[in-house]
Unconditional design. Structure first.
Length: 402
């Protein structure tokens, strides 16, 4: 295999690009059987049997990896402890390490590098893992991603945006350099010695979820919009809210990075009810999602700007690389150290579409924690399984202030 990394490029040098999920299972499980199922599941996905190489010209590719490093082990640590223990340990994607699985006191925990796939991808991996654990047969899943050439024709960047891409590519060409895994190692080491993340998990019972759904339905908006209204109610300024969006063009169940995103800006109106504010938020979201140029603009930018210049966004964000030009570019793209980060960055995986019954075993619930990306300060993950919704808040902390 040989697939060029294009629209996923921003994930390559970001020092916190790991998706976490905790799966609680009903039924007695044995570590040895879980371990076997894990490695069989890894073997069934082409992307998990690849590695990432960075060529001398700066292009990066998924290529075949004979012995991928994804691993499964037993740990005495809980969910948040596992996130903290692993966040500074760089995934060796150049050796095919995309997933670390753990049998922990809190359940089965999966940590996955975003270049292995998005949130839905990890859900599909978990379903495959559980099927194999229950003794079922599964097929081989070929690689699929979302290069610029595959994006909808009506999503192409407008003329002025294309001029922006051309301008910055030309400006970067005068000082261009290619970054390596050694640069990545230093960025990780320098950043994580001074930082850690904090995760808060909120569980909503079936009754609590039913109540929220009833309120959002009565207001005439989505549950996501209603939750956003609740969360920004006490923010005394116009809040900037980002939403991760599934960019899949077909109903595939493959592992790959198909995530795109939109954002809205909204100031909560205290003269209106929560539901009335939620309706206005919902209208803003629907308008942006309905425009393909808005929905896929981030993927066009990432795929069409010089890949090494994209790398500088993540490196500038953590102080690992700096020039006047790249600092300005990072500010424009909202990665700069001194720019205002998104107040909320939300990924709602909605009601999970994977099975929960596997022979004698049943998934009771799943918690999902998105990575604290460089342009956000409060990352929120939402997932509903078996009429139980779990919301996580993932924030970055300075170790000196903890």
């Amino acid at each position: 295999m040989r697939y060029r990394i294009e629209t996923e490029r921003e994930n390559l040098f970001d020092v916190n690009m790991v998706i976490a999920m905790r799966v609680r299972i009903e039924g007695e499980v044995l570590f040895e059987e879980l371990e076997k199922a894990f490695y069989k599941a890894v073997a069934s996905y082409e992307i998990l049997n690849s590695k990432v190489i960075i060529e001398d010209n700066g292009d990066a590719f998924y290529v075949d990896c004979e012995r991928p490093m994804s691993s499964f082990s037993e740990s005495p640590l809980g969910f948040e402890e596992l996130i903290n223990a692993n966040e500074g340990l760089r995934f060796r994607i150049e050796e095919g390490e995309y997933i670390r699985g753990f049998l922990s006191p809190d359940g089965i925990v999966f940590l996955m590098h975003h270049l292995g796939g998005d949130g839905k991808s990890l859900l599909y991996f978990i379903e495959t893992f559980m099927r194999l654990f229950a003794g079922e047969d599964v097929g081989y899943v070929a690689f699929e991603n979302l290069p610029v050439s595959a994006l909808p024709k009506d999503s192409e960047l407008p003329y002025l945006y294309r001029q922006f891409v051309k301008f910055w590519n030309n400006r970067w060409a005068r000082q261009r350099r290619v970054f390596t895994y050694a640069d990545m190692d230093k960025a990780y080491s320098d950043f994580w010695k001074d930082h850690k993340t904090k995760t808060v998990v909120e569980e909503y019972s079936s009754d609590a979820l039913t109540d929220l759904l009833a309120k959002s339905k009565e207001a005439g908006c989505s549950l996501t919009s209603y939750l956003v209204a609740l969360w920004i109610k006490d923010i005394p300024y116009r809040a900037d809210v980002g939403f991760a969006v599934d960019g899949r063009l077909t109903a595939n169940r493959n592992m790959g990075n198909f995530a795109t995103g939109i954002h809205i800006s909204y100031r909560y109106n205290g003269k209106l009810s929560v539901g009335e504010n939620a309706v206005k938020i919902n209208q803003l979201m629907k308008k942006r999602l309905a425009d393909p140029r808005v929905k896929y603009s981030v993927l066009h930018f990432i795929g069409e700007i010089d890949p090494a210049l994209i790398d500088t966004l993540s490196l500038e964000a953590v102080g690992a690389y700096h020039t006047r030009n790249t600092a300005r570019f990072a500010d424009i793209m909202n990665y700069g150290q001194n720019v205002k980060k998104k107040d909320l960055s939300i990924t709602n995986l909605m009601r999970s579409d994977i099975r929960t019954e596997f022979g004698y075993f049943r998934i009771s619930d799943i918690a999902f924690v998105p990575p604290v990306v460089s342009y956000g300060k409060n990352l929120i993950g939402i997932i509903t399984v078996n009429d139980k919704m779990i919301v996580t808040h993932h924030v970055l902390k300075d170790r000196k202030r903890i």
